[in-house]
Structures are given as structure tokens and as C-alpha cells.
Design a protein around this ligand. Structure first.
Ligand code: BEZ
Length: 267
């Protein structure tokens, strides 16, 4: 599964984005002001800061911000909901690594807040799970839940198709410069027990509805179902699919009117 917008050029300082570190696609410059949206414990923010940019990490979870602050002295972090955050000044770039797929409430609101935080020409660069992400893991969960007579598991993620996310970015006032949708099988590091440990780590909400005595046999069944696709001799692999993009905030123009008319008084 590979899909790419090819209108990308070297304006981001990088020629082939696939598989490269996201920070290279962002290409932060010394002195630039950059937001890391959904910064978690601040590892990506630290990479950005290493390039000489001034970084502000934002995350909705206070415990993540507390850890980020402790782990990265000298960097700035604040608690903020990506759907609602505001910042006092314009930033040169907003970047987001493996976080946008957790922001499920209203993807357009997130894009609108990013737009408002950027100067015209500012960059929005990100990577999230794309359509088909974790398909085998999710199928194994759904089947196991059904076999145990449970309702559909609650899956707290947003994995858009490239076409959908491209449309949202364009509608949200961005020009898309690069969009890639590619498989990225990734070794599971959540624990020795494969898919079961992955579910415990990332789908805790779905397990919240399961009677406690059912959790272990249910997760064992998830492992049995997922193993043929995801268990290799060398260990378990998650079937990640990445959606990676780079977009530029359009210059401010006259506000669009319903029906396509412009508010320019000279027209
Ligand atoms: C990911 O694609 O990075 C991901 C998706 C769901 C849970 C955890 C990670």
C-alpha cells in the first residue's frame, strides 16, 4: 500500500521523505519557533531543539507534560487540548509525531488550531496512523471480543485515508506539499506477550469494559488470532501504516463567501 503526492520539492530541505526521520522532513532551522503538538514525554521536541529551533511542546495529558519537563530541562512544555489550544504569537512550524491519530474528537478543529498558530507560509508537518493502520491487530480484537460475547471494542483512534486528510488540510487553509501513505511493519516493544501486551498498552479503554476474569483468556485469544499475520521467528511485529504529510499555511486572502464569491470590495 503506497500512495504519494509528488508535488513535493526541496523547500523543506529534504528530497525523499519516505522512511527518513520526521525531523528531517520538518527541517527546523536555528531560531525558528516550532510547536510539537501531542509531544508526549518530549522526545521529538528534543530532536527539534537539537537543530537550534525554539520548541514549545503541547500535550493534553498533564502527566506527560510533567515527564517531558523533567526529562528535558530548558525546553518549554504546556498542557493543552489540540482541539482548542491558542498561542500568543505566530509560529514558523507545527510538527506532530504519532499523536494526531489520538485526537479523534474533531480533526478539522485540530487543523484550524494549527492554522491559527502559524504565520502565513508556516509549515505543518506530521505523521500519524493512516487508513489500514493496525488492521490485523484490530481484526483480532474484534473477533476475540465477538467470540467472548462482548460488544464491539472501543477503539480510540483516527486513521484517515490520504484523500480524506488531504481534503481536510486543503479545506483548512493549507497547501499540501507532500503526502505519503505507506506500510511500516514495526517490532512490538510493549512486552514479551505480543499482541496481548500491545492491546494492554494502547487499547486500555476497550479492556475497561471487559469483566476482569475474562481479560486474560480474551487477550490469549487475541494473540492466537493475530499470530499468523504478526508473529515472526524474530518476534512480534505491529502492522503499522503511516500517513506522513508536509503542508504550508496559505497566505491570508479575502474570506471565501458561500457560493464562491469573494468579499473583495473592488469586485
Ligand atoms: C500508531 O500507529 O503509532 C499507534 C496506533 C494505535 C495505538 C498505538 C500506536
Amino acid at each position: 500500500m503506497n500512495w504519494a503526492v509528488t508535488t513535493y520539492d526541496s523547500a523543506f530541505g529534504y528530497v525523499s521523505a519516505h522512511g527518513a526521520p520526521l525531523v528531517d522532513l520538518l527541517d527546523p532551522q536555528p531560531g525558528e519557533r516550532v510547536i510539537d503538538l501531542g509531544c508526549g514525554t518530549g522526545a521529538f521536541a528534543a530532536e527539534i531543539a537539537e537543530r537550534g529551533a525554539e520548541v514549545l511542546g503541547i500535550d493534553g495529558a498533564p502527566e506527560m507534560i510533567a515527564q517531558a519537563t523533567a526529562l528535558n530541562p530548558g525546553l518549554s512544555f504546556i498542557v493543552g487540548d489540540a482541539h482548542e489550544f491558542t498561542v500568543g504569537e505566530s509560529f514558523d512550524a507545527v510538527a506532530s509525531n504519532a499523536a494526531l491519530h489520538w485526537m479523534t474528537r474533531d480533526p478539522d478543529a485540530v487543523i484550524a488550531r494549527v492554522h491559527a498558530a502559524l504565520r502565513p507560509g508556516g509549515r505543518f508537518v506530521g505523521e500519524l496512523g493512516g487508513a489500514g493502520n493496525c488492521a490485523e491487530l484490530i481484526a483480532a480484537m474484534q473477533t476475540a471480543w465477538r467470540v467472548f460475547g462482548l460488544g464491539e471494542p472501543e477503539l480510540p483512534w483516527y486513521f484517515p485515508s490520504p484523500a480524506e486528510y488531504a481534503a481536510r488540510l486543503e479545506e483548512g487553509g493549507f497547501t499540501l506539499r507532500l503526502l505519503e501513505h505507506a506500510d511500516r511493519p514495526t517490532r512490538m516493544t510493549e512486552g514479551p506477550n505480543g499482541a496481548a501486551d500491545w492491546v494492554r498498552a494502547y487499547a486500555a479503554r476497550a479492556l475497561g469494559d471487559v469483566p476482569p476474569e475474562m481479560v486474560e483468556p480474551l487477550l490469549e485469544r487475541v494473540n492466537e488470532l493475530a499470530a499468523p499475520a504478526l508473529r515472526r521467528e524474530s518476534g512480534w511485529v505491529a502492522d503499522y501504516v503511516r500517513l506522513r504529510f508536509a503542508a504550508v499555511r496559505k497566505a491570508d486572502g479575502p474570506a471565501p463567501m458561500p457560493g464562491g464569491l469573494l468579499t473583495d470590495p473592488l469586485i
